[in-house]
Ligand binder design. Structure first.
Ligand code: ADP
Length: 380
């Protein structure tokens, strides 16, 4: 049938015009989103929490090698493709996020590709909630950060390697310096002795810095293997206290320890506990002025946790610095004045170690009056 052009056409009603305007607007919106999807090169997803339905843009299949017919449209598929070592953390993070009032979130994990290998992804997402705050829908993007991770890893490995290489020659310098100072290599003048002592001190400081860097990189590279064993916490503490006692007495600082029988048998990583306690003790001594100082160490069991405290009456931590004190290389300005040569790595390392075993570390500090550090570790 042909329509005769000369027949009068029926004009669309205002309702029909409105509908077609809406359709055009919708079409434009869809096109805009498609262009945004293409422009970002990110993998994008949309998850309906009630139904567990999940949709992805085509980048997911393009980047991770999945065929177009892969059944990627469920929450279960996503979860099953997260690396088993990261899945629990991701789940925990999700529950914490849902329970909070925060609407945006980001997390990192390894995601499985079609060929069975994993990519590190940065998952940034936004949740919509109902009137009660319960999550309804998540819109998110995955950004592949594998290359960046590998670069970081190579950098850390390089630092670790160089540090190892530096440690040996520095130890030689230290040992010969000490032999000169002890007169084992013949008579030296007072002036020579003074210069050699400065050389030895400098090498000891560098060795300590290298040891701290190596400890930190070992933990960050995931090379620290936690070894829990039955141990007597009171004994471990006493060993650490005996080790630092000469430092304390050189500054006339009184060191006391309240042993607690409930800590006689605990299941902890002894090396880690001693490293933590040693760092806290050395800090307490370092940041307590000579003369009227006192440091109290105590431990007790609190439910399933072992609570360790180290309290001093030293310089304290200024309020302005308290929020950053666990940051890598961070030192408060009053600490720099009293002790020029810190590394700012000790507390960072403690924080990372404590987290590795699911514990916590925090402090109370009154500037000019003293600081108490608390470490809570799982005891069983
Ligand atoms: P470092 O002692 O080598 O500087 P740390 O990481 O062990 O590095 O400590 C970081 C900073 O925290 C210190 O520089 C100091 O400002 C502060 N701090 C740590 N322990 C104490 C303490 N017991 N009293 C006062 N300040 C402290």
């Amino acid at each position: 049938m042909t329509v005769r052009q000369d027949l009068p056409q029926k004009k669309p009603s205002s309702h029909q015009r409105h509908i077609s305007q809406l359709e055009r607007a919708l079409q434009e919106t869809v096109e805009r989103y498609e262009l945004v999807f293409k422009a970002t090169h990110d993998i994008l997803y949309d998850l309906d929490i009630q139904s567990s339905a999940m949709s992805w843009n085509s980048e997911l299949c393009d980047r991770f090698g999945y065929p177009a017919n892969e059944p990627i449209n469920t929450l279960e598929w996503w979860i099953a493709h997260i690396h088993p070592d990261d899945a629990l953390e991701v789940e925990k993070h999700l529950y914490e996020w849902f329970a909070s009032t925060e609407n945006t979130s980001q997390t990192e994990y390894r995601f499985r590709k079609a060929n069975g290998t994993y990519s590190y992804v940065l998952d940034r997402c936004f949740v919509t909630r109902d009137a009660e705050g319960a999550p309804l829908r998540i819109i998110g993007s995955l950004f592949d950060i594998t290359e960046q991770r590998e670069l970081d890893r190579a950098k850390d490995e390089f630092i670790s390697l160089v540090s190892h290489q530096l440690r040996t020659p520095l130890t030689i310098i230290r040992v010969y310096g000490e032999m000169f100072a002890d007169g084992l290599l013949g008579q030296i003048t007072k002036l020579q002795a003074r210069h050699i002592a400065r050389m030895t001190d400098a090498s000891i400081r560098l060795i300590k810095l290298i040891d701290d860097i190596l400890d930190v990189s070992r933990v960050e590279l995931g090379h620290y293997a936690v070894r829990r064993e039955l141990a007597n916490f009171n004994q471990l503490a006493q060993i650490c206290i005996d080790q630092v006692a000469p430092l304390a007495s050189a500054k006339q600082i009184v060191l006391s320890f309240a042993a607690d029988p409930s800590c006689n048998v605990v299941r902890v990583d002894s090396t880690m506990v001693m490293q933590i306690l040693d760092n806290l003790l050395v800090n307490a001594i370092r940041y307590t002025p000579a003369g009227e100082g006192s440091i109290q160490v105590a431990c007790r069991r609190e439910g399933e946790e072992l609570l360790l405290t180290v309290a001093d009456n030293g310089i304290g931590i200024p309020k302005a610095d308290q929020g950053r004190i666990f940051d890598r290389f961070y030192r408060a300005h009053n600490a720099v004045n009293i002790e020029e040569h810190g590394t700012g790595l000790g507390l960072y390392l403690i924080n990372v170690l404590v987290k590795t075993v699911g514990g916590r570390v925090w402090f109370d500090s009154a500037p000019g009056q003293g600081t108490t550090f608390y470490v809570a570790l799982p005891a069983d």
